[in-house]
Design a protein around this ligand. Structure first.
Ligand code: TTP
Ligand code: MG
Length: 392
């Protein structure tokens, strides 16, 4: 049985493009494309006017330009968008601590039981939209449903500037079943192709296929997919504030004993961790290194930093000294992981955007911005490695 909940999903409309249209009135009502450096890279997002030409996120910019030569093409200004992102996420938290944010512009709120405090769930959704507009001058779309799947589907259906409710009634379910199976959470290109090869085109086709068949083909996620096709989704809203640690790990294809590769891996992992910390508004103090050897034995080592930070180099030099202290003794490493705990939420997320930052954090900031602009490119990493060597 599905738990009865009230879930709101909020997602900004054409987020990056809308911010640019707000700040540059000459872009208003025009096909605007925000993307990587001109003629390279891909479309980050397109204004709704540009979408009429078939332009969408992830499309090569060159193709977008062929589809709409008269469009306006501008680079990504991530710093600016993050400032808006922080404001939006703070608004979510005014209504409940049960907020799960995703990416820069969306979030789920579980408002079950909040109704007494803030009015009915639909009124809460309306208030959130209103507060976002008041604070940023940007429109968003909200969806309300008994679970995450239906809430997200609802917000998507009402775009732009929508407010949609999807209850799991027979009428709603009949409507949903006409939608393509790709609307199901987790059905990407590959899964969708496989579904098609099984003759499953719509959500209804999926619902009509015995769950055993789907599970045999897709494993455990198959069952969840099948449930969703019947409007059922038991996933909780998992709050991102109050988390204990942020970590990443990788398993090598071939076991490794080369210290320089291990150090570079740590750098790559920390770059991702730093970005995630920055995004979520955290600094951390405790670095934990985890190693799994080729014989599957596992060890972990931890160290506490002097200051709270999200700076890549401070965290990396700590991780490297943890690694060096391990007696590898010709053992090979199969998995390496690093995590940051002892997290502190910056009370003013905005303070992450200005002043008050260590030199290392400023550098990390620059790396994030460069990566956002140019992709995860090698030049940046080569620079980091060089810098690390200097520290050695
Ligand atoms: P989305 O919410 O997926 O898209 P959107 O807000 O632009 O448009 P929609 O009205 O359909 O929600 O993503 C939010 C932002 O994330 C988007 O403005 C740009 C960025 N983004 C990328 O940089 N690359 C991508 O592939 C996607 C999907 C988004
Ligand atoms: Mg959006």
């Amino acid at each position: 049985m599905e738990k009865l909940r009230k879930i709101i999903h909020v997602d900004m409309d054409a987020f990056f493009a809308q911010i640019e249209q707000r700040d540059n009135p000459e872009y208003k009502n025009k096909p605007l494309v925000v993307g990587g450096p001109l003629n390279r890279g891909v479309v980050s997002t397109a204004s709704y006017e540009a979408r009429k030409y078939g332009i969408h996120s992830g499309m090569p910019l060159s193709k977008a330009k062929r589809l709409c030569p008269e469009g306006i093409y501008i680079p990504v200004d991530m710093e600016k968008y993050l400032r808006e992102s922080v404001k939006i996420k703070d608004i979510f938290y005014r209504f409940t601590p049960l907020v799960e944010t995703l990416g820069s512009d969306e979030g789920f709120l579980d408002v079950t039981g909040c109704e007494k405090l803030f009015g009915r769930a639909l009124a809460i959704a309306r208030k959130i939209k209103g507060s976002i507009y008041e604070s940023t001058n940007l429109t968003s779309s909200a969806g309300l449903g008994p679970n995450k799947f239906l809430a997200k589907l609802a917000s998507n259906m009402g775009k732009p500037n929508g407010l949609t409710v999807l209850e799991s009634t027979d009428k709603v379910l009949r409507k949903i079943k006409l939608l393509p199976a790709s609307y199901i959470w987790g059905v990407g290109n590959v899964t969708n192709k496989e579904l098609k090869s099984m003759g499953i085109e719509t959500i209804g086709d999926l619902a009509d296929t015995p769950v055993e068949l789907i599970e045999a083909r897709f494993g455990e996620p198959g069952r969840a997919m099948h449930d969703m096709s019947n409007g059922i989704d038991n996933r909780d809203v998992v709050p991102n504030r109050g988390i204990k640690s942020i970590g990443r790990e990788i398993t090598y294809r071939n076991d490794i004993d080369d210290l320089s590769i291990l150090r570079s891996t740590l750098l790559l992992l920390l770059k991702k961790i730093a970005r995630s910390m920055r995004y979520k508004g955290y600094r951390g103090k405790v670095i934990t290194l985890k190693l799994r050897f080729s014989d599957f034995k596992m060890i972990s080592r931890r160290m506490t930093l002097k200051e709270y930070t999200y700076g890549i180099f401070d965290m990396h030099s700590c991780a490297v000294s943890l690694l060096k202290a391990v007696d590898l003794n010709r053992k090979k490493i199969r998995l390496i992981g690093i995590s940051v705990s002892g997290l502190k939420q910056t009370s003013e997320p905005d303070s992450l955007l200005s002043g008050d930052r260590s030199r290392d954090e400023n550098l990390t900031e620059a790396i994030n911005i460069i990566s956002n602009k140019f992709g995860e490119n090698k030049v940046t990493l080569a620079k980091i490695i060089e810098k690390d060597d200097v520290f050695d």
